[in-house]
Design a protein around this ligand. Structure first.
Ligand code: SF4
Ligand code: SF4
Length: 448
């Protein structure tokens, strides 16, 4: 249990998603530990970089995590096309005489959806609304494993590797302190190639489009792995920017009920009762069939329905995201009434090729650009949110005017709390404590 304590102390959370506190996730016994290394969203390079350069650390850590959860199988799921990464991981597995196995995935989207990956590797469908634990699996991503390795060396999570691509002069992988502003990251890559641009935090499909008036305030947190710059009038920007009233009006007037969205839905194909065409009908016709609308709660928001399947250019995903939010506000939770979850046989033929997704999204030109790095970026100011994870925000244990050291605990949760500790990512003086802790570096004589 010493490792669990170290993971808690270091404030490790899921590095690739909502930021689930890792010390809680690992409080279980399972058959499989699966490392999600598919990096399935177009343009992202961070996990591949980590696999190439931290192969020994990754394999050692998987073995240690496997011991805590008593996993019989330790498997890294990655794409067969990642030749160099596979070579480096096999080298580490052999050097360390490890029982870690590699599972090669085809190049399809969304291979990195954890429910899809669990099905691919174990042939077990997670029940609708469930989690991997329901079928004896823990899934962790590569970035989280690297952070656990650092925690084993008593190093807290204070840095992040991120991919910065798109309309950028020097697309790069950056190593940055947590809390750095996204504008500093863009600057470190030589600025943008267009004047009017939008920034997506995360992958181009599932990432969040930052409003222009928030660009100056947004910072890199423990869960952000990429920053994509696109022109303001790019297809993706227009889709992400559409208002919900416009989307619902479109559903009312243009949905032809062809059911392509349902036929191609990756969650429907692994056996979940998620039928976006029925949801669109219900919303479009104003039927408000509650049971149908509640199906939106099990949508992963992968975007296959809206960006690939729908011949009318409609947005079942955005409708689902809107409904999910409304239903949750009303305290409605998904209740699984399915007796069994069985994947459809046709699934094998309905995987979306990533290359076609990239070309449909008009991202091919960014894919072809060389990516430099890693470049280590130093800054004079960081703004560290006390909540970078799902659950309870950390409680500050420092005040305005305090001098803090890089790696020092500045926001804490109690062991057992659903949350994660927060640490200073640079040396400096605390100049604000609100829902964020702002630190400014000072001259060496002040803080030495
Ligand atoms: S694919 Fe588009 S048009 Fe067809 S049912 Fe779904 S939302 Fe309607
Ligand atoms: S976004 Fe669309 S395709 Fe993806 S899970 Fe939701 S309904 Fe299915």
């Amino acid at each position: 249990m010493e490792l669990i304590q170290k993971i808690f102390d270091a404030g490790v959370v899921g590095a690739g998603g909502a930021g689930f506190p890792t010390y809680i996730k690992l409080n279980c016994k399972v058959e499989y530990l699966i490392i999600n290394a598919a990096e399935c969203e177009p343009l992202l390079e961070t996990d591949k970089y980590l696999m190439r350069t931290k192969n020994m650390e990754i394999i050692k850590t998987i073995e240690e995590v496997g011991k805590i959860i008593e996993a019989k199988k330790l498997i890294i799921g990655l794409k067969a096309k990642y030749k160099e990464e596979i070579k480096q991981l096999i080298y580490a597995i052999e050097e360390l005489n490890s029982k870690v196995e590699l599972y090669f995935l085809e190049n399809f989207y969304p291979a990195g959806d954890e429910q899809i990956m669990v099905y691919e590797i174990t042939k077990r469908s997670i029940p609708s609304g469930g989690i991997p634990l329901d079928v004896g699996v823990v899934v962790s991503n590569v970035g989280t494993i690297v952070n656990i390795y650092d925690a084993m060396q008593d190093k807290p999570v204070i840095e992040k590797y991120i991919t910065v691509v798109g309309e950028i002069n020097h697309p790069s992988i950056l190593k940055v302190p947590i809390g750095i502003s996204i504008l500093e990251c863009i600057r470190a890559c030589g600025g943008t190639t267009v004047e009017n641009f939008k920034v997506i935090l995360g992958g181009p499909i599932m990432g969040v489009l930052v409003d222009n008036d928030q660009i100056k305030e947004r910072v890199i947190t423990k869960t952000i792995g990429a920053l994509i710059v696109i022109p303001s009038d790019h297809y993706i920007a227009k889709r992400k920017n559409a208002s919900i009233s416009h989307i619902i009006n479109q559903a009312k007037t243009s949905c032809i009920q062809c059911s392509m969205c349902t036929d191609m839905c990756p969650r429907n194909l692994i056996g979940h009762k998620l039928r976006p065409h029925r949801i669109m009908r219900s919303v479009g016709m104003g039927e408000c069939n509650e049971k149908i609308l509640e199906e939106s709660l099990i949508c992963s928001e992968c975007g296959v329905c809206e960006l690939y399947a729908c011949p009318m250019g409609l947005s079942p995903r955005m409708v689902n995201a809107y409904l999910k939010k409304r239903l949750r506000e009303m305290g409605i939770r998904y209740e699984n009434k399915q007796k069994e979850t069985i994947a459809k046989k046709i699934r094998e033929y309905r995987k979306v090729p990533t290359t076609r997704m990239i070309s449909r999204l008009d991202l091919t030109k960014y894919k072809e650009k060389e990516i430099k790095g890693p470049i280590e970026v130093e800054v004079e100011k960081v703004c560290i949110p006390l909540s970078q994870h799902i659950g309870k925000p950390a409680t500050p244990n420092i005040g305005v005017g305090d001098i803090v050291r890089k790696g020092q605990l500045i926001g804490q949760v109690k062991m057992g709390d659903f949350g994660a500790n927060i640490h200073a990512s640079i040396d400096g003086r605390v100049c604000e404590v609100s829902e964020n802790i702002v630190i400014r570096s000072e001259n060496n004589e002040v803080i030495s």
